[in-house]
Design a protein around this ligand. Sequence first.
Ligand code: ZN
Ligand code: ZN
Length: 336
Amino acid sequence: MRAWAVDVPGPVDSSPLREVERAIPTPGPSQLLVRVSTCGVCRTDLHLAEGDLAPRRHLVTPGHEVVGVVVALEEGCVRFCEGDRVGVAWLARTCGSCRYCVAGAENLCVAPTFTGWDLDGGYAEFVVVDERYAYAVPTAFSDVEAAPLLCAGIIGYRALLRAELPEGGRLGIYGFGGSAHLTAQVAIAQGARVHVMTRSPQARALATHLGASSAGGAFDEPPEPLDAAILFAPVGTLVPVALEALDRGGTLAIAGIHLSDVPALNYERHLFEERTLRSVTANTRADGEAFLRIAASIPLRVEATTYGLDEADRALGDLAHDRVTGAAVLVAPWPA
Ligand SMILES: [Zn+2]
Ligand SMILES: [Zn+2]
């Protein structure tokens, strides 16, 4: 099969990904072999390609927003059959026995493995997944629409939970890409007033179109104080800006896996009056199931820019240079 692999991590314009030929992977016990239909391009893939996220394996295939069809399965599979459409997401395996797994916080597992970081992901014609970590894909969504739900959507949903937005509250969203445009719709459907701060004029237009109450520049002050905010842009200098925009008792959740350095905070301006700053680390399978149910019930509108499966390097470049509005999605088949 054809696949992309991270060779030497570096700036995306230096082509850190390379095309490789590999044997089609063989599923082990409880694993599904999935023919990839679409794979979303997440900012984490960009961090991995550029070396902001240290690679865990040389020549790993990125991609953890995979929608595909089960073409083979091994002994022990009980949830899915051949021909089923499934989603493969970031969380590939947890230990099941550490104190976090036991307490229902498997996102904090001390020995997790991740798709497209430890294990080969969906920038390829086929991928293998442990069926216990795969998702049934709601019929409300096409393959292209469903892909960004599997990380951008799920992580954004967890960030929204972590931001503890009160009912009918005022939510600030910093950065407005694949994840934020989905999260904003969930918040709006739940009755929130959403204010978006982003440097991209196209993203501001999309935010307004999707029902945001306001859309301003990345460092602009929102028109009213915020009960909660989510930082999607991987930009540490926005942390004090977002904290300062919070009302008393407000919470800022940082959604990304990588953030540039946070400048010094001033206790009085940024944290006093019981403002809370918290991170978001992966997700539990329960988060994923809950989010997919909500996504289908709204139903979310997924704004996607599509690329061929053979154009992953171009898609990452466009993501790096703000040329993608909404989410970027790779679409099979790989041209011969
Ligand atoms: Zn564990
Ligand atoms: Zn992701």
